[in-house]
Structures are given as structure tokens and as C-alpha cells.
Design a protein around this ligand. Structure first.
Ligand SMILES: Cc1ncc(C[n+]2csc(CCOP(=O)(O)OP(=O)(O)O)c2C)c(N)n1
Ligand SMILES: [Mg+2]
Length: 553
């Protein structure tokens, strides 16, 4: 009983108590970490996954779909647990998601001795705060620092590593811990005046909203500013659903695949106003055309002039920034409408109609194997979009879904994609469902993606997290066909296989394999009914090796 001797409960109980004070109602984790047992004793629901990465993805979604009002927390063991969790934390760091990560650590006498995995040393580059506790008495201070960092400033993961021998020690009572404050910082008023002047002067401004708008819950102000300026709005993939895409001024979202109105309006723009975005260079974000006046509003000065030089800058919370801009722009316009909203809306409408007409053969295709576009189109017209949270996976499903899915409500789309790990979407849908049990939570993925995290569909069943998983099985890594021609011909290196509906059923979930176009909608309806009964559903659509996506030169 070496381990039993090492683990005391006192320190773990203190951590659990602090999590409670911070409003954490469930702890996602994987053994062995004594915080899990202590959390259960403190009536914090413990959710055990099949691998650490998925648990982190779940914690990630909890924070995302609550604008960080609830922080996802994940605990794992020292050594293999901390090693295996790395991908999930790296993913959250890449997309700037605020989560708390609580690895165990090797005993203090071994913590810095190779080859023991030291989280404090290894996670420093993918967290905004990373600390190893060296004595139990430091636990409340360490967690106060971590929660303060995760709740303030730029969202990003924080980590506190607790060596397993520290768990043997006791913390004196009473525990001095009050929940970390959450506060905001606003933009420089001088810069607000400058930017408002630039926005008012611009002839063809485009607003580009990032996920900062989600974290600031600044959706109403974004809309006010757009309507005041009579300017069209797009979003980053992470910011998708910050602006209703059914609004006449919506250009749809950015991403790798985009709509024709977005392409056109960006080309024609004289000024692009990015708010709550990083303007990071990425394959999965729309590139800003050269020669435009760039106005950049961001929480983190580290993003300013990083990939895209800005003519004007605003540093601060997106909500405070938009509040200030709305007031300033309103002042300058003196109640005079710009008089261009109708023309902008008409132009968007006609470009969109032309673009959709071009895609309609795929979106309504009656082919077999099924077109993934047809499945997406049918899904869009079958679910209650306003009460659905949907996410994609890496690869083709992202680029097939994002241009055509039109969110109407904030935080109903979990868009992501700076770093794009296959298999991410499943955990996201599960985390979203935990945070919003009343919503239909859907992940759309390919058969390569399910190979990474599919086993955690069992977690959805066991932990009663009734998501709807939409799988495109084309028995291939279709997106790689172009770059693996010889390997495919000689060694069939892009082929993959599996019967995933059977897998879902074997795990106790609902699973259906769908191959006929006429069966798409009925199958979706049956699956949704199952989720309402508390049973996760996996619909495996047999799809074509579709590689065409909506891109423009
Ligand atoms: C962990 C990880 N490894 C590798 C990749 C690179 N990658 C992106 S998409 C893809 C294949 C996607 O295949 P599938 O999910 O079946 O979609 P399809 O293109 O067939 O529709 C690969 C290998 C990745 N995104 N993540
Ligand atoms: Mg595939």
C-alpha cells in the first residue's frame, strides 16, 4: 500500500472546499488524484473520462459556453496522466480558453529528477499561470492566484501541480479563501474618440468580431454598433454566433471556408474593425486582404501588431470597448442615419443567393454515398437552431459546416481552430451539454476524428451526457487524398474503416448507420428523441469523399 500511505485527504479536502467556494459544481478527471475523492465527499459531481484529453476538451467547453462564468476544472494523476493531458491543455491554450488544470506531481524529493514528468516545468509554455505547490499551507494561495488569473485578463489555461506527498500534509483551519474577483479594464478614452472618428469616416467598414465578444457577453453592443454604422459584420470561427447570421447585415463567419458575401465585402472594405479578436495568422481564419485600414480592439496588448499591423488600437474588454464606441459614434452621428443599411443588406442578400444557388446541388444532393453537405443542410433544417449548440471537428467537417450553419443565438456554435486536434469536438459537445442540459448539443466529425476520441462516447453514455454525434464515415482521410496520392495508390494509406453505429450501440448508446438521403431527417429525429430520453446518439452517415469547400481565390 505504498500509494495509500502517500495520499492523505486533508490537502485534497482543502482543494475541494476551495473549488466549491469558486462555484465549481462538477470536477472532470481521471484517476489517480486524491482531489477526485475529496470532491465527491464535498458533493462536487465527479465525471470520469476514458482519457485525459477528452476531459480537458469537456472542461474547455464548460468555460466557453458560459463565457467563463463557470470555469471548467480537470484533475489527473502525476506522470502518465499529466503527460497524456498535454494535448488538451495545448488545444485550450491555442484557442485561449480559461480552464483550471490540477495535476498531481511526483513526490517532492523526485519532482526535478529525470525522467519524472514535472508539470510545472513542462506546461509553462501552454498556460498563463503555472505553479507547483511545495507545502500544503501554500495551497489556498496557489489556488487564489490561479483562479484570479483564469477569471481576469486574457482567457487561458492555468495549472497548479500538487506533489502527491503534499497531500499527506495538513492545512491549518479555518481555510482563508474567498472567491477570486472578476473585473474588467476599459479602453483609453482618447483612442475611443480616434477609432469612432475612423469608423464614422469609413465608406465601406466591415466589423470582425472574435471570441472576446463572447467572453464579454457583448452581443447587444456589437449589434448596436453595427446598426448605428450600418456596417456588415463577420466573425472569426471562435467568435461565430456573436452576431445572428440571419441578420440582414451578417456576412457569415470567417474560417477556412467562407461565404461569397464575406469574401466580397472584405475585398471591397476600406476599414476592417476587429473587436475581441487576435488577428492571428492561421489556416483556419479568414485572411484580411492587404491595403485595408485595420482597427484592432483586443484585451491583450500581446496581440497588437503581432500578425497584422493596426492603424488604430484599443486595449480592453470588448464589452466596455463597444459600450464606449457606441456612445461616441452615436454622438458623432447626431441621430442621422448613414442611409446605407438597405443597400448593404441588398448586396449581401443577392451575393448570398448567388453563392447558395451554386452550392444547392451539394446541399440538396440525392446522391449515395451521401453528400456531407446534404446532411448538414438537413440537420440545419431539422433541429431548433436557437436551442442547439453545435461544433465541428478538425478536417473537412469544419470547412463543410462553418459557412452554412447560421447561428441565431450567442454561444450556440463552438468554433475553434488555431490548433486543431482531431477528436476535439466530442468532448466539446459533452462539456456544452453538462453546462446546458436543456440544449441539443451536437458534434460533427469525420471517421479519422472518431479514431482519436471515440472511446469517450462510452463516457457520454455512462455519465448520462446525452449528446448527438454526427459522424461522416467516408472510410477515408479524404482531406489528405490530394497530398498522399502515391501513399494511397501504393499502400492505401488514407483508407480507414470501422462500423461506428455498432460501436455506439456496444457502448449502450443509440447508434444508426444511414446511407439513404431520404433517411437523413427521420434518423436525426429519432436520434434527438433518444437524447431527450437521456441516451447519447451517434448517427453514422456513409458519405462521399468530398473535398470541395467554399474558398475564394
Ligand atoms: C491530432 C491530429 N493529427 C493530425 C491532424 C491532421 N488532419 C487534419 S484533418 C485529417 C484527416 C481528416 O479525416 P476525416 O476526419 O475522416 O475527414 P474527411 O476529410 O475524410 O472528411 C488529418 C490527418 C489533426 N488535425 N489532428
Ligand atoms: Mg473521413
Amino acid at each position: 500500500m505504498v500509494w495509500g500511505k502517500l495520499y492523505g485527504m486533508k490537502t485534497a479536502a482543502v482543494v475541494a472546499e476551495i473549488l466549491k467556494r469558486e462555484g465549481v459544481s462538477f470536477l472532470i478527471g481521471y484517476p489517480v488524484n486524491p482531489i477526485i475523492e475529496a470532491a465527491a465527499q464535498a458533493d462536487i459531481r465527479t465525471i470520469i473520462v476514458r482519457q485525459e484529453r477528452t476531459g480537458l476538451h469537456m472542461a474547455d467547453a464548460v468555460s466557453r459556453v458560459t463565457s467563463g462564468r463557470r470555469i471548467g476544472v480537470f484533475a489527473m494523476q502525476h506522470g502518465p496522466g499529466a503527460e497524456n493531458a498535454f494535448g488538451g491543455v495545448a488545444q485550450a491554450f491555442g484557442d485561449s480558453v480559461p480552464i483550471v488544470v490540477l495535476p498531481g506531481g511526483y513526490p517532492r524529493r523526485l519532482t526535478n529528477i529525470p525522467p519524472n514528468f514535472n508539470s510545472f516545468l513542462n506546461y509553462r509554455n501552454i498556460t498563463k499561470w503555472c505553479e507547483q505547490v511545495t507545502v500544503a499551507e501554500a495551497v489556498p494561495d496557489a489556488l487564489r492566484r490561479a483562479f484570479t488569473q483564469v477569471k481576469n485578463g486574457r482567457p487561458r489555461p492555468v495549472l497548479v501541480e500538487i506533489p502527491i506527498d503534499v497531500f499527506q500534509e495538513e492545512v491549518s483551519e479555518p481555510i482563508a479563501y474567498t472567491p477570486a474577483p472578476r473585473t474588467r479594464s476599459g479602453p483609453d478614452p482618447k483612442a475611443v474618440a480616434e477609432v469612432a472618428a475612423a469608423l464614422v469616416v469609413a465608406e465601406r467598414p466591415v466589423i470582425y468580431a472574435g471570441q472576446g465578444v463572447h467572453y464579454a457577453e457583448a452581443w447587444p453592443q456589437l449589434r448596436q454598433l453595427a446598426e448605428l454604422l450600418e456596417a456588415p459584420v463577420t466573425t472569426s470561427l471562435e467568435g461565430k454566433s456573436a452576431f445572428p447570421e440571419t441578420h440582414p447585415l451578417s456576412l457569415g463567419s470567417g474560417g477556412r471556408a467562407i461565404s461569397r458575401p464575406l469574401f466580397h465585402f472584405l475585398q471591397q472594405a476600406d476599414l476592417i474593425f476587429g473587436v475581441g479578436c487576435s488577428f492571428s495568422t492561421t489556416n483556419y481564419g479568414v485572411a484580411m486582404p492587404k491595403g485595408k485600414t485595420i482597427v484592432h480592439s483586443t484585451l491583450d496588448p500581446a496581440d497588437l501588431n503581432k500578425d497584422l499591423p493596426a492603424s488604430h488600437a484599443l486595449i480592453g474588454d470588448a464589452g466596455l470597448t463597444l459600450d464606449a464606441l457606441v456612445a461616441e459614434v452615436r454622438d458623432r452621428l447626431k441621430g442621422q442615419p448613414r442611409g446605407r443599411a438597405d443597400a448593404v443588406a441588398r448586396e449581401i442578400k443577392s451575393l448570398k443567393a448567388e453563392w447558395l444557388a451554386q452550392w444547392m446541388p451539394k446541399l440538396t444532393s440525392a446522391d449515395t454515398p451521401l453528400s456531407p453537405y446534404r446532411v448538414i443542410w438537413d440537420l440545419l433544417h431539422t433541429v431548433d437552431v436557437a436551442n442547439t449548440i453545435i461544433t465541428h471537428d478538425a478536417g473537412s467537417p469544419r470547412d463543410q459546416l462553418s459557412p452554412f450553419w447560421e447561428p441565431t443565438e450567442p454561444l450556440t456554435y463552438i468554433g475553434w481552430g488555431k490548433t486543431t486536434q482531431l477528436g476535439y469536438g466530442l468532448g466539446l459537445a459533452m462539456g456544452a451539454k453538462l453546462a446546458h442540459p436543456d440544449k441539443l448539443c451536437v458534434n460533427v466529425w469525420g471517421d479519422a476524428a472518431i479514431g482519436f476520441t471515440g472511446m469517450d462516447f462510452e463516457t457520454a453514455v455512462r455519465e448520462r451526457i446525452p449528446i448527438l454525434s454526427v459522424l461522416f464515415n467516408n472510410f477515408s482521410m479524404a482531406i489528405e487524398l490530394k497530398v498522399m496520392k502515391v501513399a494511397t495508390e501504393k499502400y492505401r494509406s488514407t483508407d480507414i474503416s470501422g462500423h461506428y453505429a455498432d460501436m455506439a450501440r456496444a457502448f449502450g448508446g443509440w447508434g444508426e448507420r444511414v446511407s439513404e438521403p431520404g433517411e437523413i431527417v427521420p434518423a436525426i429525429k429519432r436520434a434527438i428523441a433518444k437524447t431527450r430520453e437521456g441516451v447519447p446518439a451517434l448517427l453514422e452517415f456513409l458519405t462521399a469523399k468530398e473535398v470541395e469547400i467554399s474558398v475564394f481565390p
